[in-house]
Design a protein around this ligand. Structure first.
Ligand code: COA
Length: 704
């Protein structure tokens, strides 16, 4: 029986800590670790371990962990990889809880087996592993700097989780420059055991952490990560920087969904769905983090820009549009709020222009007025250096305004742009931790990030749409396919599957001879469509296996012969089951709806404009299943296909409900039926409201 796992609290707040590999040489990592732990003022007992014994930085050095009469909550392992397993065994005997394995030389260099052995041994003995290949952990609440990074880390409310060690150490340096105090800094390295999800679960609950920033390169258990992120982002802002665009999966060749769902666009969509703020670069990540860590949440959508320059006002307005910030425009409230504090030749429209002759006192008056107005919920104040402005009062005015807004819990963001005097004021303010930017765009992007988080938190959680499927009947169909040693369904089987889940497909028959083809076409009524049916042909059009718009028996005969001839010459080895004759469906909006099981993130769904040009047009959106109905609507709204569904050029609105239903059904099929790897309808032809939709082509792939 595996022993119970220790509470992760003791990783962040260890009651005692040991360092195996505590070196006597100041240039070694094992020395630096002890030095940082001791100098960070860690209050608990510290046990340096080194066979040489002696004393290190005023602490007794133990020759082995066995000599320590304690069960350390945290053991930092800083010996070469080949000695790590021995150290882990010592930790088991000492009943340690968490191991921070600093050592490199494991899975990152292909030594996967050794890493696996270490983790399973640790688990068998009730221990958990951070790393290996990490620079350690800093924890504000634990008052411990168990890293070999910078010695001085100021405590604060920002937690950082990083997969890159070197970048993490550089980030510590950057936080110091930017006056960002840390509540935690954790290096996850190879994530052999503890990963971002484990750490986030703790950090969401930890009251000293206001915001979490993560640098991620690759995710192992994506489904769990999504669950944890969804919960986390409702409580605290989570800023993520993800690097690394992995190659498209091998499945790409077999379906549009596969090739559209490249790793990065799927990740991006999932982050949005979880309410996470994804930063494209470190600059954004740091600016957002610094601003969001201290900013109050807005109480509504109405933002106002106060400026002394038309140009920066326009730039800010453009940026607001890009970042989804709503500029308040109620003329009477604007007049009432800013009329008395704006010169006659200024502008009372948003952006409020105090004009180039504004002085610090004018800003103060306008900002106080906006602060007092319940109709205004966030303010962006822009300053462009002018000759008439009393620069000596700039810093004090900004600091005072920021304080007043913070006291009244209304977001205020400042930008100041100009020469040496302005830059000096910005520097002085930043040293005091007052948020002020020199770039308008950067400031607006911060406010945009705040609004994204605000909207996510203020929208009520949506119930996941329940879709019940007849899994037993689905399984019967799939069983036959497997018996035939195939990993994809033939058209008639795919249609049968659609019938089971209640997705309409055109009426059709499988003709095995020319006579049957003509007979079935007569029964189905003209015009008809013909398609080759062969287990060896997936892309039917590529081999001339499709004929549309056949109006009479003569055309059916010609098409039948042409299809067979073309397929036989282009795919001579293909076993042909026959030709499918289907009714030709009347025109409608053509969509693609796909669902696939992503190796990392589990079931994901793609929606967009359908037809054979999907990969060129790329008018698609992605989500991770399961979904709520509202989320499906948002997914639809993100694409240009949405306008088609609403009806363009006098067309009537299409059957949106049926589209939503179809998306949910495909998602549920992939989520509930593990043997399906890929499901795609392209096109789904959607008719006018109330008249449903028909799946013209359905592709179903099974896991090998
Ligand atoms: N128990 C305790 N201490 C032991 C030991 C044991 N079983 N076996 C050896 N030691 C001691 C050594 O005697 C040495 O102390 P000393 O300098 O006083 O003699 C100390 O542990 C370190 O061992 P050493 O062999 O000198 O290793 P090192 O310091 O050169 O390197 C690592 C050890 C872990 C730092 C190195 O192997 C490594 O992995 N470096 C990369 C770390 C890294 O970059 N991580 C990722 C960051 S993002």
């Amino acid at each position: 029986m595996t022993p119970e796992r220790p509470d992760i609290k003791y990783l962040f707040e260890p009651r005692s800590v040991a360092i195996i590999g505590a070196s006597h040489s100041p240039d070694k990592i094992g020395y630096k670790m002890v030095e940082n732990i001791v100098s960070s003022g860690y209050p608990g007992p510290v046990y340096p371990i080194n066979p040489k014994g002696g004393e290190l930085l005023g602490r007794k050095v133990y020759a082995a962990l066995a000599e320590v009469k304690d069960e350390p909550d945290l053991v930092c392992i800083v010996v070469p990889a080949r000695l790590v397993m021995g150290a882990v065994q010592e930790c088991a005997t000492a009943q340690a809880k968490f191991l921070a394995v600093i050592s490199s030389g494991f899975s990152e260099v292909g030594n996967i087996e050794e890493e696996r052995k270490m983790v399973s041994f640790a688990h068998e003995h009730g221990m958990r592993v951070l790393g290996p290949n990490i620079f350690g952990i800093f924890s504000g609440p634990g008052r411990i700097n168990a890293t070999f990074g910078p010695k001085d880390i100021s405590a604060g409310k920002v937690a950082i989780i990083t997969q890159s060690g070197a970048l993490g150490i550089a980030m510590i340096g950057r936080t110091a420059v930017e006056k960002i105090g840390l509540s935690a800094m954790v290096s996850v390295g190879n994530k052999s055991d503890l990963d971002e999800s484990d750490l986030l679960e703790y950090l969401i609950r930890h009251s000293g952490t206001a915001i979490v920033m993560m640098y991620v390169e690759g995710i192992k258990d994506g489904e769990r990560f999504i669950r944890v992120l969804k919960e986390a982002a409702r409580k605290k802002p989570v800023v993520i920087i993800k690097a690394g665009r992995s190659r498209r999966g091998a499945i790409a060749a077999a379906s549009h969904t596969g090739s559209l769902a490249g790793a990065d666009n799927v990740f991006d969509a999932i982050m949005k769905q979880c309410g996470v703020l994804r930063a494209e670069n470190l600059e954004d990540a740091f600016s957002w983090t610094r601003f969001l860590a201290d900013s109050p949440m807005p109480s509504g959508e109405n933002a106002v820009i106060v400026t002394n320059g038309g140009g920066i006002g326009v730039m800010a307005t453009d940026a607001c549009e890009k970042f989804g910030i709503n500029l308040y425009d109620d003329a009477s409230v604007m007049r009432e709020t800013f009329g008395k504090v704006t010169p006659d030749f200024g502008s009372l429209k948003n952006p409020v222009d105090l004009t180039g002759q504004a002085r610090a006192s004018h800003y103060t008056a306008a900002l106080e007025s906006a602060l007092a107005s319940p109709s205004i919920q966030a303010v962006m104040s822009l300053y462009c250096e002018t000759a008439v402005f009393d620069s000596e009062n700039l810093a004090a005015m900004i600091e005072q305004s920021v304080k007043e807004y913070a006291d009244r819990q209304k977001p205020l963001i400042f930008t100041a742009f100009g020469g040496a005097k302005t830059e000096a004021a910005i520097d002085a303010l930043r040293q005091k931790g007052v948020p002020v930017f020199s770039d308008v765009y950067e400031a607006v992007s911060c406010l945009g990030a705040l609004y994204s988080h605000y909207r996510h938190c203020s929208s009520p959680p949506e119930p996941i749409a329940e879709i019940s499927l007849d899994l037993a009947r689905m399984e019967q169909i799939l069983q036959k396919v497997r018996q035939d040693r195939r990993t994809f369904l033939l058209a008639p089987e795919a249609k049968e599957l659609m019938a089971v889940v209640g997705i309409a497909t055109p009426a059709s028959r499988l003709a095995r001879s020319l006579d049957e083809a003509v007979k079935f076409a007569d029964e189905l009524k003209y015009p008809v469509v013909m398609k080759i049916v062969s287990k060896d042909i997936i892309h039917k059009s590529d081999v001339g296996g499709v004929a549309l718009d056949l109006l009479n028996p003569g055309e059916v005969i010609d098409a039948y012969q042409a299809i067979l001839q073309s397929c036989r010459s282009l795919k001579p080895d293909a076993v042909i089951a026959g030709v499918e004759i289907s009714e030709q469906v009347r025109p409608g909006a053509e969509l693609i709806i796909g669902a696939r099981r992503d190796k990392i993130y589990g079931p994901i769904i793609v929606f967009g404009l359908g037809g054979k040009y999907v990969e060129v047009l790329k008018d698609v959106s992605f989500r991770a299943a399961p979904l709520s109905r509202k989320e499906v609507m948002r997914m639809i709204e993100e694409t240009r296909a949405y306008s088609l569904l609403l009806g363009v050029r006098g067309e009537k609105r299409k059957d949106m409900d049926r589209v939503v239903e179809t998306v949910l059904k495909l998602g549920a099929m992939v989520a509930q039926c593990p043997s399906i790897s890929d499901l795609e309808i392209n096109p789904l032809v959607v008719f006018e409201y109330g008249q449903g939709a028909t799946a013209l082509d359905v592709r179903v792939l099974l896991n090998p």
